[in-house]
Write a protein that binds this ligand. Structure first.
Ligand code: IPM
Ligand code: MG
Length: 360
């Protein structure tokens, strides 16, 4: 098969982790006889530097015309003091919205090889961590009205959070369907003791749960969830929630698995054209040093193979290669411990690519 992939390297460590991932995709193409064409797209800080805006119409058009988008990371100190509407993050949010990518899936799974890297106590880690956060991605407070005004000489800032029924229901269906392929449990996260949006989520959670009698359904308040994630993460299978809660909880969920550098994500809408990116940021403090961990991006590419290209064996081959490399003691610095082999970002890409080919 031939696939056109829009590649957004972005800023900071973005280019390094994406280049390492393209090595792995090239290995997949070689082993399975596919052709992947990569088209470069600028978004984020690099787009601001070139065009004065974080996202151009041309970039959106290229992404929409592709079979899927692979994204590294965007942002950095250089653009931190720009006004809100031209910050790099605006580009990312604008692209998610323009592509209609409402469903963001972030699996947080503990690799047994990295169990020691989890900040949780061994007796908690031993019970296993294998959960998926299904996050609403183009609604809620991220996309409500934002304004800052001066009233009686005092600044007042406002961010509006709203959700419609269909925005919530379509995401809930994704979560329930995902649970059917996993351990058949959905936990919906809200703050229904305070927020109207959450009351609507809770009402619709019950409604949709009624259509999936095979799924064990429950809800949990977001503050309690923050606590339960460190106390007993094994209780979670599929966690579904609104945009901002999902942003916050997915960072927490990733950290308990050891390194945020390991966690991939997929963002999909009604079409198969998705965007795939690691959940971490552009890490400007280590950019250009070739020490970042590309595994989150490599596993994002594995999700792309599976969810956008229907290439299940290819996706499994990438995951198996990552496992193999970890089994062999290969580590980037963020997951390194004594006795292991420390490698750079690019070397990690080469090792995983070689493992994909070796399994041929
Ligand atoms: C994420 C990031 C983004 C978000 C930022 C960069 C706008 O934190 O993908 O989790 O908040 O969605
Ligand atoms: Mg985030």
């Amino acid at each position: 098969m031939e696939k056109n992939i829009a590649v957004i390297r972005g800023d900071g460590i973005g280019p390094e982790i994406v280049n390492a991932t393209l090595d792995v995709l090239d290995a997949v193409a070689e082993r399975f006889g596919h052709k992947f064409n990569y088209e470069d797209v600028d978004m984020g800080g690099c787009s601001i530097d070139k065009y004065g805006v974080p996202l151009t119409e041309e970039a959106i058009a290229k992404c929409l015309a592709s079979d899927s988008v692979l994204l590294g990371a965007i942002g950095g100190y250089k653009w931190d003091n720009l006004p809100g509407d031209i910050r790099p993050e605006r580009g990312l949010l604008g692209l998610r919205s323009a592509m209609g990518l409402y469903s963001n899936v972030r699996p947080a799974r503990l690799f047994p090889q990295l169990a020691f890297a989890s900040p949780l106590k061994p007796e908690i880690v031993e019970r296993g961590i294998d959960l998926v956060i299904v996050r609403e991605l183009i609604g809620g407070v991220y996309f409500g009205e934002h304004k800052t005004e001066v009233i009686d000489g005092e600044k007042k800032a406002t961010d509006v959070m709203s959700y419609t029924e269909h925005e919530i229901e379509r995401l809930l269906h994704i979560a329930f369907k995902m649970a059917q392929k996993r351990r058949k449990k959905v936990t919906m996260i809200d703050k229904a003791n305070v927020l109207d949006t959450s009351k609507l989520w809770r009402e619709l959670g019950y409604k949709i749960a009624g259509q999936y009698p095979d799924i064990d359904y429950d809800y949990m308040l977001v503050d309690n969830t923050a606590m339960q994630l460190v106390k007993n993460p094994a209780q979670f299978d599929v966690v579904v929630t609104e945009n901002m809660f999902g942003d916050i909880l997915s960072d927490e969920a990733s950290m308990i698995t050891g390194s945020i550098g390991m966690i991939p994500s997929s963002s999909l809408g009604e079409t198969g054209v998705g965007m795939y990116e690691p959940i971490h940021g552009s890490a400007p403090d280590i950019a250009g040093q070739n020490i970042a961990n590309p595994i989150g991006t490599i596993l994002s590419a594995a999700m792309m193979l599976k969810y956008s290209f229907d290439m299940d064996s290819e996706s499994d081959a990438v995951e198996a290669a990552v496992n193999q490399v970890l089994d062999n003691g290969i580590r980037t610095v963020d997951i390194y411990t004594d006795g292991m082999t420390k490698v750079s970002c690019s070397e990690m890409g080469e090792k995983v690519a070689a493992a994909v080919l070796a399994a041929k």
